[in-house]
Ligand binder design. Structure first.
Ligand code: BJW
Length: 240
């Protein structure tokens, strides 16, 4: 299969998947890079329902610290470029992020899904309601809906079903371009989206600092920082 590096034909329907790499230049650590360990824990060891049942204090603190850190970071040029694409692209568009930060939201993206949940939402284990949440869950687990002290972060942990899979699968089946930005391709089902899109006839493009685990599945790949690659690609799409 020939790999392309140049401009692509103008698409009518685009699905974009983003991962931790798009927020790295805003100062949000990635999961599997050199800063990927949190106090000696791998994400696979704290982001599970079993870890939460065994040691809720550690898991709640992990998410409380990350939620508080959102106040210290800002969207970067890559988030802003995707928000511009959302505002100006007249075709079908869906931005699916694995990220639980709010940087796409703050940049202004609207056609956006958080498939792994959001740091700024709580999920009540008693009544099942998801609600906006600010502050520390370690000191406040009380649900505003049912009153039970049963809040957990509204985050999709390993072994749990990501959000909006039906909608994502439909969008992948109907798109003519799938673009993956800043993700290692290590976590499923997101890592399999490129194969779904290809099987349905879409062109596929990887924009990542380095080749991802799934890079061979993409027809085209560009490697470098998202803050450079993403604005350049958005200019190409909007410029026709
Ligand atoms: C830059 C950059 C710059 C840096 N510019 N780029 C065995 C085989 C296959 C699957 C499984 C298996 N055993 C279990 C599974 C399933 C499991 C899974 O995939 N496990 C793997 C570890 C193998 N998946 C699940 O359990 C999921 N649920 C599920 O499968 O349900 C069943 C189902 C069945 C059928 C259909 C659908 C579902 C749930 C997964 C939940 C993931 N949750 C986490 C943590 C929660 C959120 C949080 O705490 O923040 O989500 S894990 C963590 O990894 C987080 C991320 O969203 C996710 C992906 O990481 P990401 O974004 O790719 O980050 P990195 O750090 O890995 O990569 C960053 C990349 O950016 C790198 O490539 C850098 O080079 C690059 N980069 N700087 C551009 N400036």
């Amino acid at each position: 299969m020939a790999r392309q590096t140049g401009a692509m034909p103008r698409p009518a329907s685009i699905v974009i998947l983003t991962g931790a790499g798009i927020s790295a230049e805003s100062g949000v650590p990635t999961f599997r890079g050199p800063d990927g360990l949190w106090e000696g824990h791998r994400v696979e060891d704290v982001a599970t329902p079993e870890a939460f049942a065994r040691d809720p204090h550690t898991v709640l603190r992990f998410y409380d610290l990350r939620r508080a850190a959102l106040a210290t970071v800002e969207p970067n040029a890559a988030h802003r470029a995707l928000a511009r694409l959302d505002a100006e692209f007249e075709g079908e568009l869906l931005l699916v992020t694995q990220n639980v930060d709010d940087l796409h939201d703050r940049a202004g993206s609207r056609r956006l899904l958080h498939m792994h949940g959001e740091l700024k939402r709580s999920l009540c284990a008693a009544c099942g309601e998801s609600r906006p949440f600010e502050g520390d869950m370690l000191t406040n687990r009380s649900c505003r809906g049912c009153g039970a002290s049963a809040l957990r972060p509204d985050i999709v942990w390993f072994g749990e079903m990501p959000y909006e899979m039906d909608r994502i699968e439909r969008a992948l089946a109907g798109c003519d371009l799938f673009v993956s930005i800043g993700t290692s391709g290590a976590v499923y089902p997101a890592a399999g989206f490129v194969r779904t899109a290809r099987a349905c006839g879409a062109a596929t493009l990887e924009l990542n600092l380095e080749p991802s685990a799934g890079t061979a599945w993409f027809y085209a790949a560009r490697h470098g920082p998202a803050s450079v690659l993403v604005p350049a690609w958005v200019d190409e799409v909007l410029g026709g």
